[in-house]
Design a protein around this ligand. Structure first.
Ligand code: FES
Length: 135
């Protein structure tokens, strides 16, 4: 048996998308109970590295730079933002010419995907590195 539930929320959709922290569905005494938790803070990446990654990029090739920090294939996306529920999406770009570049590893650069030296600031230097669950 399938059932459709319609709920009305008095909330702006942009607010919901940018501040949605968690939605859980529980069944209590046969009735579904939704718990919607909103966050007032913008999503923050974890820090997989406190140094940039030196990478050789090829002209015309598409790249996806990990912006959430959860990927195990740093500095590139491996889809972990989907499986681990991050609201930060990868930055996709096409490289125009062959080049060796420094891609941000701390995920706090102001010039994504490139390192801008932000990793030298105290809030990164004193922060904890993200540890993957298996490591
Ligand atoms: S590694 Fe992020 S700004 Fe340098």
């Amino acid at each position: 048996m399938s059932m459709t539930y319609v709920y009305k929320f008095n909330i702006n959709m942009n607010t919901l998308v940018t501040h949605l922290a968690r939605v859980t569905l529980n069944r209590a005494r046969g009735a579904p109970v939704f718990k919607v938790i909103l966050s007032t803070l913008p999503p923050q990446p974890v820090i997989p590295s406190k140094k940039p990654f030196k990478v050789e990029l090829s002209a015309g090739k598409r790249y996806s730079w990990c912006s959430c920090g959860l990927s195990e294939k740093q500095p590139f996306c491996d889809g972990s933002h989907k499986t681990q529920g991050s609201r930060l999406l990868p930055l996709r770009f096409v490289q125009e010419e062959d080049a060796t570049v420094w891609l941000c590893g701390c995920k706090h650069t102001n010039k994504p995907p490139f390192c801008d030296g932000t990793h030298k600031q105290n809030f990164i230097v004193s922060a904890s590195l993200h540890q993957h669950p298996e490591s």
